[in-house]
Design a protein around this ligand. Structure first.
Ligand SMILES: Cc1cc2nc3c(=O)[nH]c(=O)nc-3n(C[C@H](O)[C@H](O)[C@H](O)COP(=O)(O)O)c2cc1C
Length: 239
């Protein structure tokens, strides 16, 4: 864990205390309509993904018992694996809800895919559009250098075929003074990352969750401002 002595060491406990709900002083709801997910007006290109399988697999108990994080060892991923993992982590259920647990009906997190080695998908940075189950191409630059520089503990990045990145938009959480928005975003991203991990285990692929990155560098890679929308965590994917 990098140390930063200038930072307020009590910020965590202060955040927790200041966002407590107390009887008799709950924040009022704004009732303001919120966007359900990000829509890119002019993506460089839109790549449809194969229809995800909604049946089959190892079975939940077996998947849970099968393993946890594992380090990618190189090799390419298939487009249909990426499709399955993206659906599992951030797609829609039969009932029109998100696959991961979410604090608001359509979630406060967005999902991006940084591609290095995936059959049928060019290297670059993509936004996952859950409604259309497609990828919106937002950068054609080779992401390898920026990815390697942005992630701490980046030893396995060369061997990693793709990275899923989750970002949070606190303005999505319709909570009056927004006191709980950040709590919800962290929880949602964790839930989404866990769904991605389960999918990769089911597909006999490798994945690990990372939350150690240089925030501003990662924001630049995803072309987000880092303030109204910021990175929360990533899942590295490989074979
Ligand atoms: C929320 C979260 C964030 C993590 N961030 C990092 C990270 O940035 N770098 C890292 O090497 N491991 C990180 N890990 C740990 C790895 O994902 C993995 O769990 C670890 O390498 C140990 O593997 P194990 O779960 O099989 O014990 C994180 C795990 C979680 C749940």
């Amino acid at each position: 864990m990098p140390s930063n002595s200038k930072k307020d060491k009590s910020i965590g406990s202060s955040f927790q205390a200041q966002t407590k709900y107390r009887r008799g002083s709950l924040p009022s709801k704004t009732g303001k309509p919120v966007a359900s997910y990000k829509v890119y007006a002019n993506p460089l290109e839109v790549d449809a993904l194969p229809v995800p399988a909604l049946k089959g697999g190892k079975g939940l108990w077996k998947t849970l018992a099968s393993g946890r994080a594992s380090i990618p060892e190189g090799g390419r991923l298939k487009q249909r694996d990426i499709s399955q993992i993206l659906w599992a982590t951030a797609g829609f259920t039969y009932g029109g809800q998100r696959t991961h647990a979410s604090a608001i009906p359509l979630a406060g997190v967005e999902t991006y895919l940084v591609v290095q080695q995936v059959e049928g998908i060019f290297a670059g940075v993509y936004h996952y559009n859950p409604r259309e189950h497609c990828l919106e191409y937002i950068s054609r630059d080779d992401p390898h250098k920026a990815l390697q520089a942005a992630l701490l503990d980046n030893a396995d990045i060369d061997a990693c075929a793709a990275v899923i990145a989750y970002t949070g938009l606190p303005s999505r959480i319709d909570d009056g003074i927004k006191s709980r928005a950040y709590r919800y975003l962290y929880l949602e991203a964790g839930a989404a990352a866990q769904c991605a991990m389960m999918a990769t285990i089911d597909l006999d692929l490798s994945a690990s969750v990372r939350a150690e990155f240089y925030d501003d560098e990662f924001s630049r890679l995803l072309q987000i401002d880092g303030v109204s929308e910021f990175p929360l965590c990533v899942v590295t994917l490989g074979t």
